[in-house]
Design a protein around this ligand. Structure first.
Ligand code: NAD
Length: 740
């Protein structure tokens, strides 16, 4: 029999080598078709008397990324459809659909012939769950082998037997840690946890897997043997009496109860270990069906998987513009941002000319890359040769003539990252254009100056665009691409091709003060200023933010971006827009910190926090208490603080949609999570609103406006959407659908 996604070769010893290699895909994933074929393969090898056992491996450099999440997204549609047609049986249908993988893997492990999974590269989610159902597991010791059950990161959990098999192999604490964090294991760590039988040299992988069968591997899992005991003795032991009461508390500390998928893992393991294995699978299937119906799972899969992938593949790229080739990129300004932009560009294999005012400043910029390379080589993440190659791609120079140096090629793209000063930027633009080839694109990394204004310095404003990076550039996955009034399609396509080349996720934003991300971030910090001024204890503000799901509290974040930056932004807004542009109480607070106390943020060792020398931890500055009369902690409703912090950001995101700054809800959502970690369980700023319904959000805004100020007033767009029962995703259908 032949298959689309697998090949089977049986050797003289009767061992069938099943190779998973999906055509037209860079990585194997579980789809309905793959499951159907695997089902047939199990029947085929069972029926074939010549086959003694099976080794399953991958024909690609990775083993598999797990389930195709589009398939899971399809189950949301299935549920919606079934609910409309026959609500009584809708959940039952979902339950059946979610059990497909579970019972396929159960069929594999009880088929009567031994299976060995030969893991040659990254093995994630459903693929590792299939491996766990195999009777033997061998992995290569190559660095590229990463093993994980990462489902919790998109709001679900390992629902194809993972929660039952892992704690029947590893101890419960390690099992919970692995599944509730979704973190990756090396092959060595997975073996130490008892999740693998062997770790071997890459060229020994298939021979070792075959040998396990030749050595008489039993086609029976430990949990199907009589007298099987769970590692550590199960739930009713003294050790478990230590673990289980603490586990939900630890999870709550880490997730503030915001991730139902993570809690479901605890329930599946706790309940599943007290019953026979197949009953445990059913328990898991029930919780999985429940989790799939949560708003969190729906929103996280949509934003963190589907939309992120679509944006990464250039969902907003204008059609018809040929793909840009980057033979050379120039970065002007080798300071804090420029130096790291040079690094990420060279890391993508693109030659970079790094220009600053003199050779010393340009060289200093390159030392940043040298430091990053040394760190990566030291940690074994990069080979010495790759590190040397990366550094050889960066040419530091004060000479603009290098932009057009015939040695390599003329720069195809120039990214300007000089001081945030209109005059300096104008002068630099003129110097660049004096040497730049006609069709090259010029981009600015400005964080506050409108692109349309900067484009006036250029002779070719249609080739001028904003490419706004976030710090630290090597870690932050988001890039905001800013369109000026005259920016043309070629500039947009080139910017998006560049962001794709450096493997980051772009959002496309129309020109405005603060663009999208910083507008939202400033609202977050402004709400914290309001709270401080009301006398809310600073620690409560920071904790409320964490409980709402924000990775960093607003005061801590303000210290990171620098308190004097907030001060400068206020001053610039007053200069450009007049006194009314800034809340005088906010200006007063920031002025007290910056001018009165020299508290400029973390860089100065003091801001809203004090930063004592390491290893001591930062502490909130006690002087904050003296700035405003303090409320008693018991009088403050933490739930309301949480709402205020999320609502003020989401409301700002809604304003950017209303003003046409952001035009696609996917970009608002993905930008908010990647840009400043907006409570990921919500799926992002607009999914937060859609998830509770626009009507509920409008009511919440009105309630908050009555007590905390008119900045909470819902906008006309929101009111209109509430009246019509619309969502952002229905009203602002993603661009591509619109085009269709
Ligand atoms: P920086 O002061 O660290 O670096 C600026 C660099 O530009 C310096 O090395 C300086 O010597 C160089 N420079 C100044 N005039 C020059 C000239 N005429 N020719 C060549 N080089 C010149 O500043 P930064 O923080 O890296 O910011 C640079 C740009 O990036 C600004 O537009 C800023 O708004 C933007 N930005 C900054 C951040 C951030 O977190 N710092 C984030 C996003 C965007």
């Amino acid at each position: 029999m032949s298959y689309t996604n697998f090949t089977i070769e049986t050797d003289a010893d009767g061992i069938a080598l099943v190779t998973w290699d999906m055509p037209d895909k860079s990585m194997n994933v579980f789809t309905i078709e793959v499951m159907d074929e695997l089902d047939k393969i199990i029947d085929q090898v069972v029926a074939d008397g010549a086959v003694k056992g099976v080794v399953i491996t991958s024909g690609k450099s990775s083993f598999s990324g797990g389930a195709d999440l589009s398939m899971i997204k399809a189950s949301f549609d299935l549920l919606k459809d079934a609910q409309a047609k026959d609500p009584a049986t809708a959940v039952e249908k979902l339950f059946e659909a979610t059990g497909r993988m579970t019972w396929l893997f159960r069929k594999l492990e009880t088929c009567g012939k031994p299976w060995v999974s030969a893991i040659n590269g990254t093995c994630m989610g459903g693929a590792f769950e299939m491996s766990l159902a195999c009777h033997g597991r061998v992995a290569s010791n190559a660095k590229s082998v990463k093993i994980a059950l990462p489902e919790v990161k998109v709001g679900i959990f390992p629902g194809a037997g993972g929660t039952q098999r892992v704690p029947r192999l590893a101890n419960a604490q390690d099992a919970l840690q692995m599944m509730t964090t979704g973190s990756s294991l090396t092959a060595a760590r997975a073996k130490a946890m008892n999740l693998l039988h062997q770790v071997v040299e890459p060229d020994q992988l298939i021979p070792a897997a075959r040998q396990m069968i030749k050595d008489g591997l039993k086609p029976v899992q430990p949990w199907d043997e009589k007298g099987f005991k769970v590692p550590g003795g199960g739930i009713w032991t003294p050790a478990s009496a230590q673990l289980w009461p603490a586990a939900p508390a630890i999870l709550r500390r880490e997730t503030a109860g915001n991730y139902p998928g993570a809690l479901a893992i605890l329930k599946c393991v706790y309940e599943g270990l007290q019953v026979p294995f197949e009953t445990g699978l059913k328990i898991e299937q029930r919780y999985f069906t429940h989790i799939l119906q949560t708003t969190e799972a729906f929103s996280m899969i949509r934003s963190l998987f589907i939309s992120m992938q679509e944006l990464g593949k250039g969902a907003r790229r204008p059609a018809g513009v040929p793909k840009a080739e980057f033979r050379k990129v120039a970065v002007i300004g080798a300071g804090f941002m420029g130096a790291s932009i040079a690094y990420v560009t060279a890391a993508a294999g693109i030659p970079v000319v790094l220009v600053d005012r003199d050779q010393e400043a340009a060289d200093k910029g390159k030392t940043v890359s040298e430091g990053l390379v040394a760190g990566a080589v030291g940690k074994g993440r990069m080979s010495k040769e790759d590190g040397e190659k990366l550094l050889s791609l960066i040419t530091p120079t004060p000479d603009y003539a290098n932009l057009a140096d015939a040695d390599l090629a003329d720069a195809d793209l120039v990214i300007e990252a000089v001081f945030e000063d209109r005059t300096v930027k104008k002068e630099v633009t003129e110097k660049i254009e004096a040497v730049l080839k006609e069709d090259a694109i010029l981009a600015s990394n400005t964080s506050t100056l409108p692109i349309t204004g900067l484009a006036k310095n250029s002779k070719r404003p249609d080739q001028f665009i904003g490419i706004h990076f976030f710090s630290p550039v090597d870690k932050m996955m988001l890039v905001e691409v800013i369109l000026g009034k005259e920016t043309g399609d070629k500039a947009l396509a080139t910017a998006l091709d560049y962001v794709a080349a450096i493997k980051k996720t772009p959002i496309v934003v129309n020109d405005t003060r603060g663009f999208y991300v910083n507008r939202c971030v400033f609202r977050y910090m402004a709400e914290a200023y309001d709270m401080l001024i009301e006398g809310v204890p600073a620690a409560m503000i920071e904790n409320a933010a964490k409980m709402a799901g924000m990775p960093v509290g607003p005061l801590s974040l303000n210290d990171e971006v620098a308190v004097d930056l907030s001060y400068k932004v206020f001053k610039a807004a007053i200069a450009d827009l007049g006194e009314k542009a800034v809340d005088p109480r906010h200006l007063d607070l920031v002025t007290k910190l910056v001018e009165g106390e020299g508290r400029l943020g973390r860089k100065a060792g003091k801001g809203f926090y004090d930063y004592p020398p390491k290893p001591a931890k930062k502490k909130l500055w006690p002087g904050l208490k003296a700035l405003y009369p303090q409320q008693k902690a018991d009088d403050v409703d933490v739930k309301v603080l949480e709402e205020r912090l999320l609502v003020t950001i989401a409301l700002e995101a809604a304003r950017t949609m209303e003003e046409g700054i952001v035009t696609d809800p996917r970009e608002a959502d993905v930008g908010s999570i990647l840009g400043f970690g907006f409570a990921p369980y919500t799926g992002g700023t607009l999914s937060y609103i859609d998830g509770m319904s626009v009507k509920t959000f409008v009511a919440l805004c009105e309630k908050l406006a009555a007590s905390y100020g008119s900045h909470f007033q819902p906008t006309p767009l929101l009111k209109d959407m509430a009246a019509k029962g619309e969502t952002f995703y229905s009203r602002f259908a993603p661009q591509e659908k619109k085009a269709a």
